[in-house]
Design a protein around this ligand. Structure first.
Ligand code: SF4
Ligand code: SF4
Length: 297
């Protein structure tokens, strides 16, 4: 008797995805009990990298670029949803509906690499970078991805009509060559195929991560873009009690991100990503910062 094809549930319940969910659960608990500090973060990020970034314990790392683009491309060109990509996409997105960017902050191996590199003291750190510019690039890439995909699909279809053959299955093959993410997909580094291109890309990632907090996430990643939209609805988040805060800026100095400053300044829109890393939670001398589903007085 033939085995039934694996469903989304089969993928969701495999060890790789269950451990991803466990990481996020641990993260949420630590955030609620304020059990996060720099060393806890280094431990969790290191573990996430070892499990998902070495192509060894769990081969085929959870790539946000594949989860987004391949899910879409296979669906449009082959007319079916591949359960493996859908499961991965759901695991990245659904927890982010509850807590801001839980996958990014507590699991993603490329996020972990950048975060760990950013913890190395570096003289030319640029914390308050122009987030709207980075975000604009990130969404422009996502828009370009869809635009070029449809343009190529039309072209392949026209080519198929010209030669009287069905070439639709070849669209995604053709698209690989033109994907806007192909030359800037730093996730490919985690396959550890070390050649000159790998060395150059790794050098770029290391230097950029020393200077900026999570440069790939802020400027390129499609999941980074989509979960930035979900940040608006996620109820569990870092919250600053504006009445307690005297804007001394200690949290901004001690935290790695560009987010906490606009948060305590009371900005509500166009905030840089908060990865729910929790590193700001215990930094406030006035105890004005907490992680929760509602404001605290
Ligand atoms: S935004 Fe960064 S941390 Fe989040 S999925 Fe993309 S690469 Fe990973
Ligand atoms: S505001 Fe910054 S330091 Fe605080 S949890 Fe978010 S990303 Fe981390």
């Amino acid at each position: 008797m033939e085995n039934a094809p694996a469903t989304v549930w089969d993928f969701l319940l495999n060890a790789k995805h269950l451990v991803i969910l466990a990481f996020m659960l641990v993260g949420v608990v630590l955030l609620f009990i304020r059990g996060v500090n720099r060393w806890v973060r280094i431990g969790v990020l290191g573990a996430a990298f070892l499990l998902y970034g070495l192509d060894f314990v769990f081969p085929l790392h959870p790539s946000p670029v594949c989860a987004t683009t391949k899910l879409f491309m296979f669906n449009i060109t082959m007319g079916k949803v591949f359960p493996a990509f859908l499961a991965l996409f759901l695991v990245m997105m659904v927890p982010s509906l509850f807590g801001r960017k839980l996958f990014c902050g507590w699991v993603c191996p490329l996020g972990a690499v950048q975060d760990l590199i950013n913890k190395i003291p570096f003289r030319w750190r640029w914390k308050q970078f122009n987030f709207p510019v980075f975000n604009g690039i990130r969404f422009a890439l996502l828009g370009l991805f869809f635009l070029t995909f449809y343009a190529i699909m039309r072209h392949v279809s026209w080519l198929g009509e010209s030669v009287e053959a069905d070439l639709s299955n070849q669209t995604w093959v053709a698209y690989q060559a033109y994907s806007v993410y192909e030359p800037i997909n730093f996730f490919e580094l985690l396959h550890w195929n070390i050649d000159w291109i790998w060395i150059v890309m790794m050098a770029v990632l290391v230097i950029a991560s020393l200077m900026l907090y999570r440069p790939f996430c802020y400027a390129i990643c499609p999941v980074g873009a989509l979960t930035w939209l979900l940040e608006r609805v996620a109820p569990a988040r870092v919250r600053v009690n504006i009445d307690k805060c005297n804007e001394c800026g200690v949290c901004a100095i001690k935290s790695p991100c560009p987010t906490i400053r606009p948060l305590f300044e009371g900005k509500r829109s166009n905030l840089p990503d908060c990865t729910s890393c929790g590193e700001c939670l215990n930094t406030c001398p006035k105890d004005a910062i907490h992680f929760g589903v509602r404001e605290r007085v």
